[in-house]
Design a protein around this ligand. Sequence first.
Ligand SMILES: Cc1cc2nc3c(=O)[nH]c(=O)nc-3n(C[C@H](O)[C@H](O)[C@H](O)COP(=O)(O)OP(=O)(O)OC[C@H]3O[C@@H](n4cnc5c(N)ncnc54)[C@H](O)[C@@H]3O)c2cc1C
Length: 351
Amino acid sequence: MSEKLKSAVPLGDRTTIRIGGPARYFCEAESVDALVDALHNAQSEGLPFVILGGGSNIIFEDSGFDGLVLAIANRGISILEESPGQILVEVQAGEEWDRFVKYAVDRGWSGIECLSGIPGRVGATPIQNVGAYGQEVSETIDSVLVYDLEEERLRELKNQQCEFAYRTSLFKKQATGRFIVTAVRFRLAPGGRCNLRYGELSRELGADSTDDLARVRATVLKTRRSKGMVIDPDDPMSVSCGSFFLNPVVSKQEWVALLERAGLAADAVPHFDTADGIKIPAAWLIEKAGFKRGQRSGAVGLSEKHALAIVNYDRASSHELREFARTIIERVQGRFGITLAPEPVFVGPAP
Ligand SMILES: Cc1cc2nc3c(=O)[nH]c(=O)nc-3n(C[C@H](O)[C@H](O)[C@H](O)COP(=O)(O)OP(=O)(O)OC[C@H]3O[C@@H](n4cnc5c(N)ncnc54)[C@H](O)[C@@H]3O)c2cc1C
């Protein structure tokens, strides 16, 4: 294997929640060639592998990973096409996501400004179709460039092929990890406006739309900081994976059953109609199931700033984290009949 290969690398140092034992092998792939080489070597030696971006949505076991952890580190932003009101930009998978957002905002390219401050790398953004404050990355992705492990070749998947939906995509659904994202192409709008679809944001900015993207970015960052949703070494609440659970989306029947079970009227439960069903804020369900912000169980607990984030308060183990998450799932299930699904990817048993 290449000289970039290291062994016994502590994975807790590579994840925002700071949990995880050593990777038997660890390789930082700074180019697509290096990535493909490392993959082929791992496959020929029968080593299991895991792809790592910025480590902000992944949970490793304390026992570590007995295989190769392949960190995606190819970088670069290039303009492919430019026409009035439209620009096609290719960003390599290892770029920091927020560096790219700032780059776009500084140039007045609209489309991703509400996604300011989300940690991680560009290559991971299509995996769970990252979203915040009324924007999702799928709205601006033109195509995703991947290495297809099954066909052993580089491919371009157009937006429609990626099966984007709320916090999921073809890539997240592929249990076998068939596709490795090498770059993402975004179609942005130079000089475009930002449609503010999130109440808190439009109230703060005093409008429903604006062309002041820098102000949108600053407001989003301020709001995120107040919730511990920006990685900050001085904020212990950001030692997390962000939102730990997905907001459940239920059918009409499940919604009626939930209200009956909880003995609540429809207007007593916050909810949003979506194309896929009725979305209920998981944070509300957690708090109503009896959990309080800042509530701890050993070294883990809910964030003091947000009921949806689980924080590693003091060198927590993967076991403690899983048990705490399981307690939340069980209590919400008991009170509302809804099973919360974790958002991060578990390399090992899930709660
Ligand atoms: C404080 C905080 C706030 C957050 N806020 C939000 C938010 O507002 N909205 C939101 O959607 N998410 C949010 N997240 C979650 C997370 O930041 C995103 O999911 C992010 O895109 C993960 O990027 P990453 O590079 O850190 O991925 P990682 O955690 O390294 O990996 C996540 C998954 O993607 C896979 N993966 C990573 N890169 C590739 C690649 N190139 N090819 C194939 N598979 C890959 C990994 O194998 C793993 O399964 C937040 C997290 C934190 C810690």
